[in-house]
Design a protein around this ligand. Structure first.
Ligand SMILES: NC(=O)C1=CN([C@@H]2O[C@H](COP(=O)(O)OP(=O)(O)OC[C@H]3O[C@@H](n4cnc5c(N)ncnc54)[C@H](OP(=O)(O)O)[C@@H]3O)[C@@H](O)[C@H]2O)C=CC1
Ligand SMILES: O=C([O-])CC(=O)C(=O)O
Length: 268
């Protein structure tokens, strides 16, 4: 069986966990290349882990890989996707917020036979949402509650002078569409961007974002009303070393990668 070559763009919280797993071995997949900003730091980490893998630049990725896992800052989504999609290859996108204003990347994939895969990531239930979307979904509403540190520094908070320092009780910091939330909190609610793509799109999917000093986890609740089912789902994510990113995110990537070559696929 030929192996699929997987590269990683961004060796941070998600990238390191995925690299470690690929190096340990996932059936039918090889760790083919890594692109990151600080090569010396990446090399030191790879040496410590005993992983041998070429470090390359973003534009070299298509020459090394069939699929790139994008787990880098949202600002460089285009630089990662464009060369891979033009070459007719696949990109697994974690920076889903950055994908919403770039439908041209989906057009590019379509034109060249490439593919963008958005995994469930830190959320839950995209199987049910995408099944319901085959019928008629009336509404998708989400509520996110995070420790203040998981939201600190978001452009919306900075621009509106909303401080997370010494917050004593839960504060609703945003209410609006997934599209507006993704622009306002690009590194904090990729989940709602991805949910909107699975369901009824970024303008009809709505979200409330709360900064809550009483929670230690990134908590997401989703309510879907459709002509086939009504359902509510909730998940409480344990933050990783990056307080914005739940630990389950990298595991979702690994599960999605495993499905690419698996003889048995379970779930939509
Ligand atoms: N869809 C979802 O459910 C979720 C999505 N995310 C998103 O996934 C992405 C990755 O998250 P996470 O791993 O926690 O982020 P981290 O901040 O931990 O890691 C990002 C990495 O990207 C690297 N990087 C920065 N600039 C470049 C560049 N020019 N080229 C290549 N690499 C670069 C950094 O490298 P260096 O160390 O050298 O500076 C850093 O290690 C983020 O956009 C995040 O918002 C996160 C959680 C859930
Ligand atoms: O969506 C994100 O960027 C991260 C998130 O909420 C989580 O990890 O729970």
């Amino acid at each position: 069986m030929s192996t699929k070559r997987i590269a990683i763009a961004g060796l941070g919280e998600i990238g390191r966990t995925v690299a470690r797993k690929l190096a340990q071995g996932l059936p039918g997949l090889t760790l083919a290349a890594i692109a990151t900003r600080d090569r010396a730091k990446a090399k030191a980490w790879l040496d410590r882990e005993g992983i041998s893998c070429p470090l390359v630049s973003l534009d070299e990725l298509p020459g090394h890989a069939d699929l790139v896992v994008e787990c880098a800052p949202a600002a460089i989504l285009d630089q990662i996707c464009r060369p891979m999609l033009t070459a007719g290859k696949q990109v697994m996108v974690l920076s889903a917020s950055a994908l919403l204003p770039r439908p041209d990347l989906v057009d590019l994939a379509r034109a060249h036979g490439g593919q963008i895969i958005v995994p469930t990531g830190a959320l839950i239930g995209f199987d049910a949402v995408s099944a319901a979307a085959e019928g008629t979904i009336h509404s998708v509403q989400m509520m996110t509650r995070k420790p203040p540190g998981g939201l600190a520094g978001a452009p919306y908070l900075v621009e509106n002078g909303i401080s997370m320092d010494g917050l004593a009780s839960a504060l609703c910091v945003f209410k609006g569409s997934a599209r507006d939330a993704a622009a306002a909190f690009p590194a904090n609610v990729n989940v709602v961007a991805a949910l909107s793509l699975a369901g009824i799109g970024p303008d009809r999917t709505t979200i409330e974002i709360w900064a809550d000093p009483a929670v230690t986890r990134n908590c997401h609740q989703i309510r879907v009303e459709s002509d086939s089912a009504s359902f509510t789902m909730s998940i409480e994510n344990i933050p990783s070393e990056n307080p914005k990113t739940g630990r389950i995110t990298a595991l979702s990537v690994i599960a999605a990668l495993r499905k690419l070559t698996s003889a048995l696929q379970v779930g939509t």
